[in-house]
Ligand binder design. Sequence first.
Ligand code: S3P
Length: 173
Amino acid sequence: MSGPDARHLVLVGMMGVGKSTVGRAVAAQLHRPLFDSDEMIEERVGRTVREIWLDQGEPAFRALETDVLREAIEQEEPSVIAAAGGVVLSEANRAILTSSDAHVVWLRADVDVLVDRVRSGPHRPLLDDDPAGALRRLHDEREPLYQEVADAIVSVDNRTVNDVTKAVLRCCA
Ligand code: S3P
């Protein structure tokens, strides 16, 4: 790929920050395909995130996460990639993100905002017990990792999806 318009745009950030929703809106505005790493995994394996997580364990899920991140980044056509919250945990994934010419945007929320609005759900087994505690712990652990891979940071606090979408488009223009 060459030139700024040809760069993939990758959204990273905590569970529930709005990566998939904002990703859809940004992809529509840019007329690009959207890759959502959780959906790619589910399509590839034919099982849900929860099924993989519970039957095969988190390490198996994380290995798939690396496979689909690499696959999305290697596509020629510039896309928008909504990368699941845990994508930054692995050094290999962080290297994929920083060594590619993808534009990585960290959607950042104050942890209290996340605690208020993020719920467990079919694809979030990490939040099954004590969601508030888990979110606070993961937020603290991951902030430096999101920072490490981010080319830009967009705060979602007190902003509508539309405002966040515009901010993402502005910072990648
Ligand atoms: C995870 C985030 C989830 C999903 C899985 C693990 C994480 O995706 O991949 O539950 O470790 O943060 P979202 O960020 O899309 O919720």
